[in-house]
Design a protein around this ligand. Sequence first.
Ligand SMILES: *Cc1c(COP(=O)(O)O)cnc(C)c1O
Length: 462
Amino acid sequence: MDDLRSLLDRTAELAVDYLDTDLDPPVSQPVEMAELVAALGGPLPEGPGDPVEVVEALARGVAPGLVRTNAGRYFGFVEGGVLPAALAADWLASTYDQNPGFHVLSPAAAALELVCSGWLVELLGLPSEASVGFTSGAQLANIAGLAAGRGEVLHRVGWDVDADGLHGAPPVTVVVGEERHATIGRALRFLGLGERRVVVVPADEQGRMRTVDLPAVLGDGPTIVCAQAGNVNTGASDPFAEICEAAREAGAWVHVDGAFGLWAAAAPDLREQVAGVELADSWAVDGHKWLNVPYDGAFVICADREVHRRAMTLSASYLARADGGRDGTDWTPESSRRARAFAVWAALRSLGRDGVGQMVSRCCELTRRFVELLSEDAEVEVLNDVVLNQALVRIGDDDERTLAVAAEIQREGAVWLGTTVRRGVTSLRISVSDQATTETDIEVAATAVRRAIAAAGGAGAE
Ligand SMILES: *Cc1c(COP(=O)(O)O)cnc(C)c1O
């Protein structure tokens, strides 16, 4: 036991050293893959090694290749950070080694999932009877939500897709927005609905679905509409009330990809942006982005629990069902998995309703501040309406120059942000989704961007 205690104490020490933000290390640094592989590789060890040495070698070996996404100065993609209570709870989830797939394997994990489900739908303003599955990410949540939709729209015309598949099934029309996330396409591939076999509704200048075009494409047959809360570039959300009304009239299923944007529903000052989202049939939302739980953790939510369960459930002769229990596998495409609800429960319990709303709202406020500071530079152009936590910034109205500035920021490593190409135009893409980000971090970041602009040469420079 003493050995185990020193191993875990040493591990906690390594973790705290890493998280000590006073050290001000680079967010990321250029590293050769070969260097990392050399440090971590070599021949497979012949026999056992001392666990403390193993963990120390691991921490040493990975260090140059770590990207500090959770220390407040990472603005790439939409990453989120890690709330302290969620991190600690995640350690316990691994310590207890609970499998939430089946109630009998962990009544504790089942209870946590049940409690978190209630808290989540309340926080997000979704129907109180909605069911929740705990998935690895929004990718899998999109697959699960669309699978439920596929099952139900076919069920309504007398086709059992679960039993009979899509061979000979009535065609399903899938309607998507022009600026849907790439994971929607992959979900459609896996579900046999086809990534290319979609009806694309044009988007407006902020990337929102243009609803005027919608009624025309919603036919009489089985139809699924994929809407979006939080465009991955602009942060804009689709007009859900109009989409859901048109869909209801046509008998279509509405699935919302709300990976990060659905969290706007938890902030009173942002809720309007996703008005009507509660009228949809299924939702995908990440925990590991804006709720700031560690990777991985996301949710698929379905208004009709029976439809959800029918699409996901699993049965085998040795699977005993507990009366009044919750088998996690009934709500996700996974069987065994990590007990994700530990971290989710701790995040929700440590922040509370107001805390979640304030965290989301503050990220948006800091995004506006970031853009305001950058706008002092005449070469900076902000391309989107900064309505959420996403901003697109172009330098000198020039693709090459914008890319050069991004490369310089990444080389320097004080902060990290990436680029995107939207409608043929290159820009820096800024996302503020880490609870650790402070006003100072934003000032440091804005200074880093302006330093990179200077380093990348003035307007008209070579
Ligand atoms: C991040 C994201 C996804 C995919 O989520 P993962 O958690 O990476 O699986 C899907 N849709 C949108 C809008 C996203 O931002």
